[in-house]
Write a protein that binds this ligand. Structure first.
Ligand SMILES: [Fe+2]
Ligand SMILES: [Fe+2]
Length: 258
């Protein structure tokens, strides 16, 4: 069945089986990825950037690559510890999405004249984001399903969503195209995280204390990374604060206050 209004007529279990399937994923991405070349419309014209703007964009994209690599490695590791078939299949679709995100950001770096994006990512990556990535992979390796899904599909995805959305508003045309399609995928990933944790928290409220601890540990890394990246993309201070609050609010929707 194609994703459409009918999904709302399904029972909750049937709904989850539908939206976590490759069948759903394929129809969803077909709607906004078909016809794109490296994540943007072939007709979108690249505009020359002033050297300082290009520099900032390169560093920003390097950090996006770190975030996407973390999500790619995290999601693929989570397939092995997911508690059921539907979660495994959903995460397999997420692995494909995150691999694509890494690819299009990497390609954009090449477009901008970066000869060796790997070396540039190494040189420019935010310390906070690298630490976040390490901590996420430790949670996955320790097989802590709830904490790892929380770190990845709620915390990391909410951070990316807030940053990408703001950046897309005044990015150059090609980067804007790339970001808008990526955002559509990230929205799906956040939906999975919120749904999965929402159900687990209502069935086993004691998990909340552990996740509160995970949040406390990761918040400062996320807020530091948010500040670094939004400064690079030229977001004014008050808007940066608003984004910080938007990030905290999205995590609070699951009942985690700061
Ligand atoms: Fe992503
Ligand atoms: Fe994602």
């Amino acid at each position: 069945m194609a994703p459409s209004a009918e999904v709302h007529d399904l029972s909750h279990d049937e709904f989850l089986a539908e939206v976590h399937s490759f069948e759903f994923w394929f129809h969803a991405v077909e709607g906004y990825l078909s016809g794109l070349t490296w994540g943007h419309r072939p007709s979108t014209v690249d505009v020359p950037l002033a050297p300082a703007d290009r520099e900032r964009l390169v560093t920003t994209l390097c950090n996006y690559c770190v975030g996407e690599t973390a999500a790619l490695e995290g999601a693929s590791g989570l397939v092995a510890i997911a508690p059921n078939r539907l979660a495994k299949i959903f995460l397999a679709t997420q692995v494909a999405d995150e691999g694509r995100h890494l690819e299009v950001f990497f390609h954009r770096l090449r477009d901008l004249g970066v000869d060796d994006p790997e070396a540039e990512i190494e040189r420019r990556a935010s310390r906070s984001l690298l630490l976040f990535r390490r901590r996420l992979l430790e949670l996955v390796a320790s097989k802590d399903w709830e904490a790892a899904i929380f770190a990845q599909n709620v915390i990391l995805e909410s951070l990316e969503f807030a940053v990408f959305q703001t950046h897309a508003q005044d990015a150059d045309p090609i980067t804007g195209d790339v970001l808008r399609a990526v955002i559509k995928d990230e929205r799906r990933h956040i939906g999975f995280g919120e749904n999965e944790l929402g159900r687990r928290l209502s069935a086993a409220p004691h998990i909340r204390a552990r996740l509160g601890q995970t949040k406390k540990e990761l918040d400062h890394l996320v807020l530091d990374a948010l500040e670094e990246t939004t400064t690079l993309i030229g977001v004014p201070r008050d808007e940066q604060d608003r984004l910080g609050r938007a990030y905290l609010a999205s995590v609070e929707r699951l009942g985690f206050g700061s």
